[in-house]
Design a protein around this ligand. Structure first.
Ligand code: NOJ
Ligand code: CA
Length: 532
C-alpha cells in the first residue's frame, strides 16, 4: 500500500495566541500565521496543527468552545481561515485543526439549553446527576484543574460534570444526538478542506455509566495534585471510547484525500496502542505517544530513552505508524527541561526515529520557559489551583510554555507592536529567528538541516528501526541498515564502534565526511551516519 502523508509527516504545533499578532492587539491571530507560512515552508515542516481558534469566552484560552463552526473575532474570520488553509495548501503543507469534543463552553447554546430545565430537550446532552444524600457532589471524581469534577446548578438542583473548569461542562457521549452533532462539526471543517484533527483529551470522552467512586491512590500525599488522589479507573479510557474513535474515523473516511486524526492520550503503552484500532477496523491514525515527555524528560539518559523507544517499537503492531512528541502547550519547554546542548540531541533523535514527529513552535530556536510574575499569570488551571488553595501561589501553570514567538531582536520580538498577552521572554534580543537564521551553527539551522537530511536521505523516513549496541550514555539505532543515529546523552566524550560510513550531520553542524570504524562523539553530540 502506498505510504500516506501522515505516516512520516513532521507536524508543527502553533498556539495561535502566541505565534504572530497582525492587528496590534497583543494576541496572535490567523492573519499573523498566514504571514509566517514562508518561515514554516523554509523550516521544512509537512503539516501544521492549530490549537483552537473557535468562538470562545477564553476561560481556557479556546479549549472552551461556544461555537464549533466559527472563528473567534480575536483570531479573525472564517474568510481568514479559508485563506490560511488555501495558502497553507499552496505551499504543499497540510493543515490540522483542534477538535474539542469532550466538553463545550458553558456559554455554548447547547449547554445554555441543557441547564434551562430538567425537561430541556438537551438536558441529556451533558452529564447531570442528583446530589449525594448529604447534598454534596454525586461521587468523588476530581477535576484536572483542581477541586471536584462536579458543579451544582441551583436553578435545577442537580450537579453537572466537568473534567476541567466548571465553565467547561462535559458532553454526554452516550447520547447519539451528541455524537451526530459533533460528527457534523467534523464534516463542516472537512468540507472546507482541512486535512484532519488533533482530538482533545480523546481518552476522557466517556465515564463510568454507574458513576462509581474512584479508589484512593496509595501514593498520593497531601500537597500533591488534587486529581492524583484517585486511580482513574472510572473517568479515563473507558471501553466505549473505542467505539467513538471508530465512528470519528468513519467520518474522516467519508472524505477523500487522506484525512487523519491525532489523538491526545496520556496513557501507558498497553492502553495507548488499542487506540489505533485494528487493520480491519482502524481507529485513530496517530494516538499521541507522549512517553518521551512523561517518562523521558525527567530521566534524560540514553538507557531510559532507549527503553522508552524500544518498548514502544516492540508493542506497536507492524501496520501502525509510530509517533513522537517532545513538547506542547501543556508542558514546560524542552530546553528548560534538559538544557540547550541536549535539546539539540533531542531534536536529532525526534527527527530520526521512525514515524511522525510533532514539534512545538519556538523549540526550533530553543525557547525557554517564560518567567511569569504571579500578578501576570493567565493560565486558568493555575489560577483555579491558587483559588482553591486560598493563597497567592507561585505556580504559573502553563503560561511559561506559551510566551510569544521570538522573531526578531526588536520591540516585543517582532510578535506584536503592543505589549503581548503574556510577557516576551527577556532573552529575545539574542534568541530569535532573525539572529539564528544568520548563524550557521544555531539551533534553528540545526532543525532546518535535520529536516533537509530527513527528506533527502533514503531510509530515514520509511526504513524500520533497529537497535544498535552502544556504550553507556549513548543511544544508537539503525534505520534500515543504511543510516545510523548515534546520540551522546552525556557531557563526556564517548567512543562507538561503527561500520564504515559518512557523517551526514552532527548536532554541532561542523563536521562531515568519512568514518572508518570508530566514531568519536563529543560531549552532548549526536551524529547521523550514512553507512556504505
Ligand atoms: C487538553 C489541552 O491540551 C489543554 O490545553 C486543555 O486545557 C484541556 N485539554 C482541556 O480542553
Ligand atoms: Ca491580534
Amino acid at each position: 500500500m502506498a505510504r500516506k502523508w501522515w505516516q512520516d509527516a513532521v507536524i508543527y504545533q502553533i498556539y495561535p495566541r502566541s505565534f504572530q499578532d497582525s492587528n496590534g492587539d497583543g494576541i496572535g491571530d490567523l492573519e499573523g500565521i498566514c504571514s509566517r507560512l514562508g518561515y514554516l515552508k523554509d523550516l521544512g515542516v509537512d503539516a501544521i496543527w492549530l490549537s483552537p481558534f473557535y468562538k470562545s469566552p477564553m476561560k481556557d484560552f479556546g479549549y472552551d468552545v461556544s461555537d464549533y463552526c466559527s472563528v473567534d473575532p480575536i483570531f479573525g474570520t472564517l474568510a481568514d481561515f479559508d485563506r490560511l488553509l488555501e495558502d497553507t495548501h499552496k505551499r504543499g503543507i497540510k493543515l490540522i485543526i483542534d477538535l474539542v469534543p469532550n466538553h463545550t463552553s458553558d456559554q455554548h447554546p447547547w449547554f445554555v439549553e441543557s441547564r434551562a430545565g430538567r425537561d430541556s430537550p438537551k438536558r441529556d446532552w451533558y452529564i447531570w446527576r442528583d446530589p449525594a444524600p448529604d447534598g454534596g457532589p454525586p461521587n468523588n471524581w476530581m477535576s484536572f484543574f483542581g477541586g471536584p469534577a462536579w458543579t451544582f446548578d441551583a436553578q435545577t438542583g442537580q450537579y453537572y460534570l466537568h473534567q476541567f473548569l466548571p465553565e467547561q461542562p462535559d458532553l454526554n457521549w452516550r447520547n447519539p444526538e451528541v455524537r451526530a452533532a459533533m460528527y457534523d462539526v467534523m464534516r463542516f471543517w472537512l468540507r472546507r478542506g482541512v486535512d484532519g484533527f488533533r482530538v482533545d483529551v480523546m481518552w476522557l470522552l466517556v465515564e463510568d455509566a454507574l458513576f462509581r467512586d474512584e479508589p484512593e491512590n496509595p501514593h498520593w500525599q497531601p500537597g500533591m495534585w488534587d486529581r492524583g488522589r484517585h486511580l482513574h479507573i472510572y473517568t479515563e479510557d473507558q471501553p466505549e471510547t473505542h467505539e467513538i474513535v471508530r465512528e470519528m474515523r468513519q467520518v474522516l473516511d467519508e472524505f477523500d484525500g487522506d484525512r487523519m486524526m491525532v489523538g491526545e492520550i496520556y496513557l501507558p503503552y498497553e492502553q495507548l496502542i488499542p487506540y489505533y484500532g485494528t487493520p480491519e477496523r482502524p481507529g485513530c491514525h496517530l494516538p499521541f505517544n507522549f512517553h518521551l515527555i512523561t517518562r523521558g524528560l525527567s530521566n534524560w539518559t540514553a538507557e531510559n530513552l532507549r527503553r522508552i523507544v524500544e518498548e514502544y517499537q516492540a508493542s506497536l503492531p507492524a501496520w501502525a505508524t509510530p509517533n513522537w512528541v517532545l513538547g506542547n502547550h501543556d508542558q514546560h519547554r524542552l530546553a528548560s527541561r534538559i538544557g540547550h546542548a541536549q535539546a539539540r540531541v533531542a531534536a536529532m533523535m525526534l527527527f530520526t526515529l521512525p514515524g511522525s514527529p510533532t514539534w512545538y513552535y519556538g523549540d526550533e530556536i530553543g525557547m525557554v520557559d517564560g518567567d511569569i510574575p504571579p500578578e501576570k499569570v493567565q493560565d486558568p488551571a493555575a489560577l483555579r489551583q491558587r483559588g482553591l488553595a486560598g493563597d497567592q501561589g507561585l505556580d504559573p501553570g502553563r503560561d511559561p510554555e506559551r510566551t510569544p514567538m521570538q522573531w526578531t531582536p526588536f520591540t516585543y520580538a517582532g510578535f506584536s507592536t503592543v505589549e503581548p498577552w503574556l510577557p516576551v521572554n527577556p532573552d529575545y534580543p539574542e534568541r530569535n529567528v532573525e539572529t539564528q537564521d544568520a548563524d550557521p551553527e544555531s539551533m534553528l539551522t540545526l532543525v532546518r538541516t535535520l529536516l533537509v537530511v530527513r527528506r533527502e536521505t533514503p531510509g530515514l523516513r520509511e526504513a524500520p528501526y533497529e537497535s544498535y549496541k552502544a556504550p553507556k550514555g549513548v543511544f544508537a539505532y539503525l534505520r534500515g541498515r543504511v543510516v545510523l543515529a548515534a546520540l551522546n546523552f552525556t557531557a563526556e566524550p564517548k567512543t562507538l564502534a561503527v561500520p564504515p560510513g559518512e557523517i551526514l550531520l552532527s548536532t554541532y553542524l561542523d563536521r562531515y565526511g568519512a568514518v572508518e570504524s570508530t566514531l568519536e562523539l563529543r560531549p552532548n553530540e549526536g551524529v547521523i551516519l550514512r553507512l556504505q
